[in-house]
Design a protein. Sequence first.
Length: 435
Amino acid sequence: MSSVQKDPCAAPRAASPERPAPGSARLQRLLWSAVILLLAVWAARTLVGDIYRVESASMLPTLGLGGEGGELVLVTYDRSPPERFELVVLYRAGESVPEVKRVVGLPRESVRLRHGDLWVDGEAFDAPQDAPEWIPIFGAGNAVEEHFTMERSDEPPDGGEAAVPQAQEVAGQRPWSRDGGGWRLAALDVPLGSGRGLMRHHKGLHDGYRDLSGDIVLGRGEAGDGRLRVRAAVEELAADGGRLRLGLLKAGDTFEFALDLKDTEQGALLVEATLTQRWSGERQHGEGQAIIKPGAALELTLSLRNRTLIGSLKADSGGEIMLLSRVSEEHEHPLTQRGETHGERRTYGAHPWLGGEGLVATFNSIRLERDLAWTSRGSVGVSRPVLLGPDEIFVLGDNSRVSRDSREWGAVPLAAVLGRPRAVLWPPRALRLLP
């Protein structure tokens, strides 16, 4: 029987370390994960951004659509000089709660609010490519008959049986009727220039908006600048031709985009467009022509923003017209003087309209939008311009009637800007990126 002899020169074998219990190792990993997460949150809040609750109505409808309890907004820290119309988060001196406002005036500029428009360095600001997004006040899903007035053949005045609309209008028949999801205008015998073939938005360009559900929230103030868009198709023309019309009205001045249509010998339609401003006088701002196919789907647009007037037609058959002009500031309607004491001019008369004469046409997808409308409440930059310093900006709230902003507390130093709001994170139904 053999025996094993220990080598007296061999080093003693090291004792095996004790292994931690499985539960203890898991706890250590969780603790380290928690520490790393807390460090990441701290770093993000210190260096990147934070989440703030916005409950004020001063930025409606850009912010505040979430309803009771407000909205949670992701803010990224950014102290770089902001651009015009950019949203910023700022701390005012003596205030502990940050505010969200829109920058309208930049360092070293002269800024004034006049007639609801922004004036910079003595001139009405006119850079449509830099302007904020249009705010919808009527669109898909909203009832046309609740917001527009028109002469309807399918709505008799005595409450009796409605007449069945005919393809060919007879003399004296009301020209408007429903047509599936849109509206049909049978106005072959309506003379050119008559108002019988028009539907008018009786609510006007108010300072309301469409909420997250698409419902209309009516404003109590007025927005003079707006955009009217509609899709139309011409089915038939009168012997002398017909006309499509879109119109806006501001401070007593009428702005109209008119399209005169005639049949050609080649079986197409000749479109002659004019862009006109009327008050006690009249000024034509542009004219153009296009050839379109009969029955072509037409996208018609008329917009007025900061004295820039645009009328456009786009046909799916390829025809296109774009008329653009600067309009006069010299309003001559006598009623406009009633608002001058407050630095604003009110709109009197008909509101946005669409329709035509001497034709049969269908209209779908009626959309009405407004520009930001700033009232003249407050004392800074209202009755006279305010000159900003080299490190100052002028900020306003989008909901001008209730917002407290630079009109009351003056220019804001650039050092007060904390960052930019990027997205709404809560409530879920309001989740969206911010412009």
